[in-house]
Design a protein around this ligand. Sequence first.
Ligand SMILES: [Zn+2]
Length: 68
Amino acid sequence: MSCAWQRRLNRLSATVGERIPEPVQLYSLITLTFVLHEPDPASGDCACCTVVWPCDIVRHAYRLREGF
Ligand SMILES: [Zn+2]
């Protein structure tokens, strides 16, 4: 999967956030974020954002997940 998916997810998440949150849908989006934003074993950077892992998106996903 690629970062194009992440951009699509971000738009979906924004849409979900504007309405009443759907916990199951939101949880699956968070899970997919963790799959996409894994640390690169070679560099230690996020494989999707290429910044030091955990990137902002992963941090945000962790905070969201704490709400479940
Ligand atoms: Zn990332």
